[in-house]
Write a protein that binds this ligand. Structure first.
Ligand code: ADP
Length: 172
């Protein structure tokens, strides 16, 4: 039996930096959890990015956030996304598509992934309009200036961790 035959269309891999996880990610994860038997959220160990949170911290925040989500788990990964999908038996990679600006990079990524491993399919999910502008870079920018203003952007455990990293100035 070829390795591709072990891939399950009921198992999805959702890869990303998750630096940190925000409510836009959660919205995609929870919708995907209704479509698939098992969703594996995979935090990329990307050495080219300079993250605010370490790989371990990003994983811990995801695990804490997703504790009650039965068919969702979080892991870290290195190497090619498609190889990790194969290792996990995931037949589907999930990506979020926000604005048109995501489209070009996602299209290129899709072409490469398809060439590298044609048996793994990628599914694109669009967020509800209230999450369409959420991204981790803006979360970090706002956090550096005024963490309390991030109410509603991020799960509670991320909010608390950002407050520890960027304590509001006393008397402000
Ligand atoms: P970010 O772009 O926020 O830094 P990641 O690299 O962690 O996010 O992205 C992981 C995946 O989640 C990507 O497919 C990305 O397009 C998707 N994603 C991120 N934010 C959102 C959002 N607000 N709505 C839908 N998908 C999103």
């Amino acid at each position: 039996m070829s390795q591709a035959e072990h891939l399950s269309p009921r198992v999805a891999l959702y890869p990303g930096s998750f630096d940190p996880v925000h409510n836009g990610h959660l919205h995609i994860i929870r919708r995907a959890a209704k479509l698939f038997d098992r969703v594996v959220v995979a935090v990329a160990a990307n050495p080219h990015k300079n993250p605010l949170f370490t790989l371990e911290e990003r994983l811990e925040l995801l695990r804490e956030t997703l504790r009650a989500d039965g068919n969702v788990e979080a892991i870290t990964f290195g190497g090619l996304t498609v190889d990790n999908a194969k290792k996990l038996g995931a037949g589907v990679i999930i990506r979020g598509l926000r604005l048109v600006s995501d489209f070009e990079s996602e299209l290129l990524l899709d072409m490469h992934n398809r060439r590298l491993e044609p048996s793994v399919e990628t599914l694109y999910m669009m967020p509800e309009k209230e999450y369409i502008y959420f991204n981790s870079s803006f979360v970090k920018q706002i956090a550096r200036l005024d963490v309390p203003r991030l109410e509603g952007y991020v799960p509670d455990c991320v909010f608390r961790r950002l407050l520890e990293k960027f304590p509001p100035a006393r008397g402000a």
